[in-house]
Write a protein that binds this ligand. Structure first.
Ligand SMILES: Cc1cc2nc3c(=O)[nH]c(=O)nc-3n(C[C@H](O)[C@H](O)[C@H](O)COP(=O)(O)OP(=O)(O)OC[C@H]3O[C@@H](n4cnc5c(N)ncnc54)[C@H](O)[C@@H]3O)c2cc1C
Length: 478
């Protein structure tokens, strides 16, 4: 008997749901004859809003659009997108004299090979005032000059160096709805009221408010922080990361461009008293927000601080409060359900990694695509891979807090000294006291390889006192 999977149901119509539909459809058209492709159906509640943030991406995104046959020009137009060349960290660290130093984490790829260049850099400039990143990539300068990734008129997707986008999340989901439904994805606007399981504990069907019973072979839970199927119906436990990361709430507000002629091609992260703000400039507006710790500020205190930071552009506004569930489900794939997007987990938005993680989650699922009998080995390999991805991102985000040197608010002291860091990061930080970071120190890297750690490390070493500095290989190469 043919045991092929005939249908995949996605529940949720946010960025996660529609990206899952797009990438699966793209993969199936590449690898299977039309008659053999599973039918894709997406169910989305007309009453439950999407999270509506998540507007900064990383360099996987241009590749995804290109592979899916989406025109970059149309994407820019429809989602009010702008180029993003990296993330600018403002106010996170000060130098030894207490002067604020900013830093850009650029989407530089291939510009720096490793130990030799690094050694040469330090031999020439020492651990002084020059920023290492500016020496190896043009991203910081281009960002400051509000330049994009390439001159006007160049072919779409041309990659002179790494780039990504800022995009309007609601318009992006709208654009993907259009593309996917034209390619045959079935779209049902209805709310899942209950989830039923069979004797083996697999999801057998969903009860929809208007359309009634919907049979399930394989279901992708993209219901956001609710985790309707993975947590509520299947009871998969959530691994909370609050021991590692202090921030659990966000305030968000869209503001007008101070100068629409000048769109900075960088996401800004500015440290405030109890967290940091994001600034994501789109073509037609700027998305902003304050990610903070509820242990250090009430919502009202945080709102006052945030509005003061916004100045005139925030006058009279009431920011939206977004509680954040930080951590991940123990296993993203349980029985015949895979959780993708916020339902599977979320590590706070510093470095804009969530959409990147969605992208990988869908691709890896397509690579492990089961028959209707799901082999346990498929599930366990997929889960191991996803958990490694969470570890990768968690380590790099923790590094930012551990290497910060602010002492002006208890939040920053707690973030640096009270929070746990993953064991491997602790081991690497100890190692890097004695030599420079090397490729094999970071074994699993979809985004943050040793070069990214190295650049972050160089910046921090400009700002630390001798006692705090992992005095690092810097001493070794001198
Ligand atoms: C403050 C903040 C800032 C962020 N910034 C970034 C960033 O800069 N870059 C980045 O990559 N990511 C960022 N993220 C993460 C990003 O927003 C999400 O990963 C992304 O939007 C995907 O969300 P989602 O689709 O999983 O969930 P949601 O957008 O919440 O969508 C959930 C969907 O499920 C549907 N649904 C729920 N219940 C039911 C039901 N019972 N029946 C039917 N449908 C249902 C809803 O209608 C909705 O369509 C940020 C997140 C937060 C909280």
């Amino acid at each position: 008997m043919n045991n092929r999977l005939r249908k995949i149901t996605i529940v949720g119509g946010g960025t996660a749901g529609w990206m899952t539909a797009l990438i699966l459809d793209t993969e199936f058209s590449r690898t299977s004859a039309t008659k053999d492709r599973p039918h894709i159906c997406l169910i989305e509640s007309p009453n439950i809003a999407t999270v509506g943030v998540g507007e900064a991406t990383v360099p996987r995104m241009p590749k995804t659009l290109r592979e899916a046959g989406i025109s970059e020009r149309a994407f820019f137009r429809e989602t009010n997108a702008s180029f993003k060349l990296g993330v600018k960290f403002c106010n996170w660290n000060t130098d030894a004299k207490g002067k604020r130093i900013d830093y850009v984490n650029p989407f530089a790829h291939g510009q720096m090979l490793g130990g030799l260049e690094a050694a040469e850099y330090f031999l020439r400039f020492g651990n002084g005032d020059r920023d290492f990143t500016q020496s190896i990539s043009p991203h910081d300068d281009l960002g400051r000059l509000c330049k994009g990734a390439r001159p006007l008129g160049q072919p779409e997707f041309e990659q002179r160096f790494g780039y990504a986008y800022h995009l309007d999340a609601v318009k992006f989901a709208g654009m993907l709805t259009d593309v996917c439904t034209k390619r045959g994805v079935e779209h049902i606007r209805d709310e899942v009221k209950s989830v039923e399981l069979d004797e083996q504990g697999n999801v057998s069907h969903l009860m929809l408010e208007h359309k009634g019973r919907h049979d399930i072979e394989m279901v992708i839970d993209c219901t956001g922080f609710r985790g309707l199927i993975i947590n509520k119906a299947l009871g998969e436990p959530f691994k909370d990361y609050s021991d590692y990361l202090p921030n659990d709430r966000a305030l968000a507000l869209q503001i007008e461009h101070p100068d629409p002629e000048k769109i900075e091609s960088l996401t800004r992260s500015t440290a405030l008293g109890a967290g940091w703000t994001w600034r994501v400039p789109l073509y037609n507006r700027v998305g902003t927000g304050y990610v903070f710790s509820s242990a250090h500020r009430t919502d009202d205190q945080a709102a006052d601080e945030y509005l003061e930071w916004l100045g005139d552009s925030g006058k009279g506004a009431t920011p939206r409060v977004i509680p954040m569930r930080i951590g991940r489900v123990r296993n993203a794939w349980v029985k015949n359900c895979v959780a993708i997007g916020l339902s599977g987990g979320f590590i706070e938005p510093l470095e804009s990694t969530a959409i990147h993680m969605i992208d990988h989650a869908v691709r890896w699922f397509a690579e492990h695509l089961p028959t209707r009998d799901i082999a346990p080995s498929l599930r366990s390999r997929y889960n191991r891979q996803m958990n490694k991805l969470y570890d990768e991102v968690l380590e790099f985000i923790c590094l930012h807090y551990r290497l910060g040197n602010r002492t002006d608010d208890q939040y920053w002291i707690d973030a640096r000294t009270e929070m746990k860091i993953p064991d491997r990061l602790a081991e690497n930080l100890e190692l890097w006291q004695h030599r420079l970071p090397m490729a094999h120190d970071v074994e699993f890297a979809t985004l943050f390889d040793f070069r990214v750690f190295f650049r972050r490390f160089c910046w921090a070493s400009r700002s630390m006192t001798r006692a705090m500095v992992p005095a690092s290989g810097i001493a070794c190469v001198r």
